[in-house]
Design a protein around this ligand. Structure first.
Ligand SMILES: NC(=O)c1ccc[n+]([C@@H]2O[C@H](COP(=O)([O-])OP(=O)(O)OC[C@H]3O[C@@H](n4cnc5c(N)ncnc54)[C@H](O)[C@@H]3O)[C@@H](O)[C@H]2O)c1
Length: 344
């Protein structure tokens, strides 16, 4: 197996998980790093023993000519960096949120498509092993045809200390966290045709909304509720668990607190502990997300080798971003907003 040489741009808070994850993907090595912040570049370079370090992405990609580039910067730099990779014909992974606008996202997909460059969005929530097990339970057919679902993320965890920029944007929870939950709803129940949503800000210290509730019409008499909050103080803090409910014509699936999967059908109830692995480099409560980083990066390496489009490709992510935009539009107007079918 030929080794895949990767380069990573953006050595911030979350990139450390990605670098740990890459070490666990067979046949992949991250050979160079880039960050505009010299302190982060040095710190992360030393932590992972990577000596090829750059403060300019173009310079790094031109000099190193990696087999792929992993963009772990925040959203405002994504379009320029993805288009740079496309112009150099370097396969590219881009962190979520892929773009602030659907227009930017379409331009990136177009640029990579024209250059025939593989493009994956690091949309990792659907790669969480408990969520993969919910999908598997649906596909088994035991609960019949799903007709209702709920994807719920409610917490009072202080995400602002690790990611201070989250307190500063006009938009917060839908763009940052709801985007994952909306993607999971798509993954489990299919694309939504229209959305009705409400958002609110409870925490007065932040600029954007920290509560959102959306009703998704998936068509075919299937509906779901996607709700998220960073203003929900519970007896024990569930961060970062996504709770899932699926009702089907022949039974139900529940992904409960503490990673308990309960599948009930006419044959009875099956209860399973679907706790994610605690990888050697992971730490609670992030281990669930950290495991999903490894799984999505393994998927990327498999797809790149096989010449296959990743499940969470840039093209696929357009539909998730269309949902995000529809949620904000519905919250603004108070009405139901149709979601363009970009993949149909
Ligand atoms: N998928 C997940 O579960 C998950 C979790 C947390 C964060 N994220 C996402 O990861 C991304 C990064 O978040 P973070 O919290 O690590 O941010 P961060 O601000 O800690 O890190 C970003 C780094 O990128 C560098 N940078 C920015 N633009 C650059 C450029 N053009 N060239 C070189 N370096 C550049 C910055 O100097 C900084 O060190 C965000 O989009 C965030 O939404 C995803």
């Amino acid at each position: 197996m030929k080794e895949l040489r990767g380069a990573l741009i953006g050595c911030g808070f979350f990139a450390v998980n990605q670098l740990h994850g890459w070490k666990d993907v067979p046949g992949v090595a991250i050979v160079s790093l880039c960050d505009r912040n010299p302190e982060r570049l040095k710190l992360v370079g030393e932590q992972f023993g990577i000596t090829a370090r750059y403060n300019d992405a173009r310079e790094m990609l031109a000099a190193e000519r990696p087999d792929f580039v992993d963009i772990a910067t925040t959203v405002e730099s994504h379009r320029a960096l993805v288009e740079l990779a496309a112009s150099l014909r370097i396969p590219v992974i881009c962190q979520k949120p892929f773009a602030r606008t659907l227009g930017d996202a379409k331009a990136m997909v177009e640029a990579c498509g024209q250059a025939q460059v593989p493009l994956m969005v690091h949309e990792n929530f659907r790669w969480q092993s408990p969520i993969l097990k919910v999908k598997r339970a649906i596909d088994e057919g035991l609960i019949g045809k799903p007709f209702w679902g709920r994807v719920s993320f409610r917490s009072a965890y202080d995400v602002f200390s690790g990611q201070p920029y989250l307190a500063e944007g006009e938009r917060f929870i839908v763009e940052d966290l709801g985007i994952h939950a909306l993607d999971v709803a798509r993954f489990l129940l299919g694309d939504a045709q229209d959305v009705s949503a409400r958002i609110a800000r409870v925490n007065p210290k932040i600029k954007g909304e920290d509560v959102a509730t959306a009703l998704l019409n998936h068509g075919n008499d299937v509906a779901s509720v996607v709700d998220c909050s960073y203003a929900t103080l519970l007896e024990t803090e569930p961060f970062p668990e996504t709770l899932i409910e699926i009702d089907g014509s022949e039974g139900t699936i529940r992904l409960n607190r503490g990673y308990e999967l309960v599948v009930t059908s006419r044959k009875g109830t099956r209860r399973e502990d679907v706790s994610p692995a605690l990888l050697p480099w992971a730490s609670r409560p992030w281990h669930n997300i950290q495991e999903s980083v490894l799984l999505i990066q393994r998927h990327w390496a498999d797809c790149l080798r096989a010449g296959r489009e990743p499940d969470t490709s840039g093209r696929d992510n357009l539909q998730t971003l269309a949902l995000v935009e529809a949620v904000y539009a519905s919250a603004r107007t108070g009405g139901t907003v149709s979601v363009p079918g970009l993949l149909r």
